[in-house]
Design a protein around this ligand. Structure first.
Ligand SMILES: C[S@@+](CC[C@H](N)C(=O)[O-])C[C@H]1O[C@@H](n2cnc3c(N)ncnc32)[C@H](O)[C@@H]1O
Length: 268
């Protein structure tokens, strides 16, 4: 674990990687959260070479703070898979809200579609600042919102409780909400609040594509932990129904998380 921590710190400082002492994909969110907070400002560099005409790729430190750890392969693989899933639920010229957008794993794929409008939301400021720079060329269609939400893992100094936060979208204005690897970090009251907010901002018939961990310990419906939350799938679907979101489809396991698609009820 110490060698792994040194490796993370080297990456944060921007030093070239030393000979591998642990596979890079073993750098997990849990390890990342142990990195001293005053090193997080190194989020800006090093950045991988930009592809001509393409969007930049976030550095190791930012990637390590989203699902899949710092691994480039996981980062692109999850983004690609998730973009395919979300794209299946988009009408022409859609507006998408990406809740817990991280450093743009899904964003860069949706950005390739000319008529998509997109709102990304996250509590981790370095992600939001990086996304604003990375996608500045399409800022007329792609906007990124930060709110100083409290999470003991992602933003322990946050001043706002998630349950007090209103998503930055008008009622019935959004065609699809994507939330990849977000509900896997929420306490139950936060999850209930976000489901109600998602129902508020979705157009009737609009879809929410959400990933979950669905393995709570036997006898428990929801285990609360900002590092990893697990919920019984039927219990989650009942929570969604109470918020006005009907079960549309269960997608199965995608890169270790179970995907579910919810649909905003047409009335009420
Ligand atoms: C595991 S990462 C996933 C990021 C991105 N969706 C992806 O797949 O790469 C979880 C993200 O959710 C954000 N987050 C955690 N709690 C949140 C909350 N209450 N509201 C909005 N974003 C939150 C974190 O800052 C982090 O960027």
């Amino acid at each position: 674990m110490r060698r792994l921590a040194r490796r993370v710190l080297r990456a944060l400082r921007g030093d070239p990687p030393a000979a591998p002492d642990a596979p890079i994909h073993q750098v997990t969110e849990a390890n990342w959260s142990a990195v001293p907070r005053d090193l997080w400002h190194h989020y800006d560099e090093p950045t991988l070479p930009q592809q001509p005409g393409g969007f930049p790729v976030p550095n190791f430190a930012l990637r390590a703070n989203s699902s899949g750890g710092g691994s480039l392969g996981y980062w692109f693989g999850i983004g690609d898979a998730w973009a395919h899933v979300v794209a299946r639920h988009l009408p022409p010229a859609p507006t998408v809200l990406d809740l817990g957008c991280g450093c743009g794993k899904l964003t860069r794929f949706l950005a390739l579609v000319p008529d998509v409008r997109y709102v990304g939301v996250d509590i981790f400021l370095p992600h939001v600042l990086w996304c604003r720079r990375a996608f500045a060329s399409i800022e007329d269609r792609f906007a990124f919102h930060h709110f100083d939400g409290y999470s003991d893992v992602y933003n322990p100094t946050g001043a706002i409780q998630t349950v007090d936060y209103a998503l930055p979208a008008a009622d019935a204005s959004i065609d699809a909400v994507a939330a990849h690897s977000l509900f896997t970090h929420l306490h139950e009251p936060e999850a209930r609040h976000y489901l109600a907010e998602i129902a508020r901002v979705l157009k009737p018939g609009g879809r929410a594509v959400i990933s979950l961990h669905v393995e709570p310990p036997a006898g428990q419906a929801y285990v609360n932990d900002h590092d990893r939350s697990d919920v019984d799938l039927d219990y989650f679907l009942a929570m969604a129904a109470a918020a006005g979101l009907a079960h549309h489809e269960t997608l199965g396991v995608i890169y270790g998380q179970t995907g579910v698609v919810l649909a905003r009820r047409q009335h009420g």
